[in-house]
Design a protein around this ligand. Structure first.
Ligand SMILES: Nc1ncnc2c1ncn2[C@@H]1O[C@H](COP(=O)(O)O)[C@@H](O)[C@H]1O
Ligand SMILES: O=P(O)(O)OC[C@H]1O[C@](O)(COP(=O)(O)O)[C@@H](O)[C@@H]1O
Ligand SMILES: [Mg+2]
Length: 457
């Protein structure tokens, strides 16, 4: 089974941009969280949770949002104010591990390890340390312009004198316990809380030299996996605005598709700034063929599109029926979209129009492959070799799987194909950061290669 999956994707050629960073990971234990909350007045933490800070401007904001994430069992990402003192406060924490982070970085390493034909990755910051986070395989290349020509080189040979962007990741396990204002808080889910650094001089863009060659890069690949737009700020000190960067990002997609109609995927992320979230929808979602997101993210998009009740219901009740309704709304709203992929703890879902060239069985195969990738990464912490996937395969589908599949099948009507694969849920995951990127890219690459085999690409 695994060898068949790997054989299927081996011809795929992928472009990915924009975000890479170093994830400094702290695996939180009960006593770490207790010590952290005890540094502050518990009543102040509770008050700050109610205020729901959308940027971490001081340590109390961080503690409040982390506690909220633990209480709700929901993954979250909150940007950190670009401030030296605040960074120093976070640097005092002893992290357990450093790893490749960012959608483009994670997807590059995963696909290079799975031995797909070619990955071209572009990222605006590429320090020596960052370049060394990439796996050292010949199928993973970086675009450079030399003597006015586009050249592709191994990423590790392409580093520049750039800063290294470090995100701090706080992983917590189901059952983690601490006391807040005399109440015991227990985590009902294992997940991660991301403190995302937002350096002022990091611009989510393709620099002019490489940008000129995007149509050539598009010709060299079958598809593009794009993400990192959550890192765009509303305003920069040099007067540039989010609008400026979103217009450029939209241009990039058009340039990639100029010479060859490649398929593009947007990987959504948790975007706390509502204006930026709206711009990702207006400029990017409206230009791609595929989108991947988690349950909270689809709820947030629906909110932007004016479906407040459905959005709130998804956030509160997590019903698969509502998520499917939401996915159909996205397909109705955006003609450009051909496939919507949503991942949650219990399932991974594809919703597409009835005329999608892949059969429901083929669509299910894409999802099945991605659940194995997710369970492997959750169990081992990382995928270092194709043979690791046998570990993921040993993890059974979760106990709600049959019920969820039956519900999803009911939505397979005249207009749509709805396909669901239950997750292979790892009870005690080694880590959870990057699982969403792993699932989405696995399903997307598999989808693309099946289209390619049918000569639709
Ligand atoms: N413990 C887990 N076992 C298998 N799959 C898991 C586990 N925890 C999370 N997942 C999957 O990963 C995504 C997370 O996606 P984000 O984009 O990072 O929120 C989750 O929806 C599950 O499908
Ligand atoms: O928003 P940023 O700063 O680009 O960072 C994105 C973050 O999301 C990740 O790519 C993980 O995403 P998922 O857990 O959703 O797969 C981290 O590695 C990274 O720290
Ligand atoms: Mg994600």
């Amino acid at each position: 089974m695994i060898s068949r999956y790997i054989e299927t994707i081996k011809d795929c050629k992928l472009y990915t941009a924009y975000n890479t960073n170093v994830d400094a990971i702290k695996y939180l234990k009960d006593e770490d969280v207790q010590r952290l909350v005890d540094e502050f007045d518990h009543k102040e933490i509770i008050k700050r949770i109610e205020e729901y800070p959308r940027v971490i401007e001081e340590p109390l904001d961080f503690v409040a949002r982390l506690v909220y994430s633990i209480m709700t069992g929901k993954p979250a990402e909150v940007p950190l104010k670009d401030d030296t003192k605040l960074n120093e406060w976070f640097d005092k924490i002893k992290y357990d591990e450093e790893r490749m982070g960012g959608q483009a970085g994670i997807v590059s390493n995963l696909m290079a390890t799975l031995k797909i034909d070619k990955i071209i990755v572009y990222t605006p910051f590429l320090s020596k340390k960052q370049s060394e986070m990439f796996v050292d395989y010949d199928n993973l290349l970086y675009p450079l312009v030399e003597n006015n020509n586009l050249v592709l080189k191994k990423v590790r040979e392409c580093y520049r004198d750039d800063p290294t962007k470090i995100n701090r990741i706080f992983e917590f396990k189901k059952g983690l316990k601490f006391k807040l204002d005399n109440k015991i808080i227990v985590a009902n889910q294992s997940t991660r809380f991301i403190v995302a650094s937002r350096p002022e001089n990091l611009r989510i863009e393709t620099k002019e030299d490489v940008k000129r060659f995007l149509p050539n890069i598009g010709e060299l690949v079958d598809c593009a996996f794009l993400s990192g737009y959550q890192g765009i700020k509303e305003k920069y000190s040099d007067g540039k605005t989010a609008k400026y960067y979103f217009e450029k990002a939209q241009e990039d997609i058009k340039l990639l598709k100029k010479n060859k109609k490649i398929k593009t995927h947007l990987e959504f992320a948790s975007i706390s700034n509502i204006e930026i979230r709206k711009m990702v929808v207006d400029y990017i979602l409206s230009n791609v063929e595929s989108v991947g997101m988690d349950e909270t993210e689809i709820a947030n998009v629906l909110h932007i599109l004016g479906y407040e009740d459905l959005s709130n219901k998804i956030l509160k009740e997590s019903l698969v029926e509502d998520v499917i309704k939401g996915a159909k709304i996205l397909l109705e709203t955006f003609n450009n979209l051909e496939i919507v992929q949503v991942h949650t703890i219990y399932y991974i879902l594809f919703v597409c129009r009835k005329d999608n060239p892949l059969s429901t069985k083929e669509l299910e195969e894409c999802l099945e492959f991605s659940t194995i990738l997710a369970s492997t990464k959750a169990k081992l912490g990382n995928i270092r070799d194709i043979n690791d996937l046998y570990e993921g395969l040993k993890v059974p589908h979760n106990k709600y799987g049959d019920l969820l599949k039956k519900i999803a099948e009911k939505f397979n009507d005249n207009g749509y194909k709805v396909v669901l694969s239950p997750s292979r849920y790892v009870e005690k995951p080694k880590s959870t950061v990057g699982l969403g990127d792993t699932i989405s890219s696995g399903a997307f690459v598999y989808y693309i290669t099946l289209l390619k085999k049918k000569e639709i690409l």
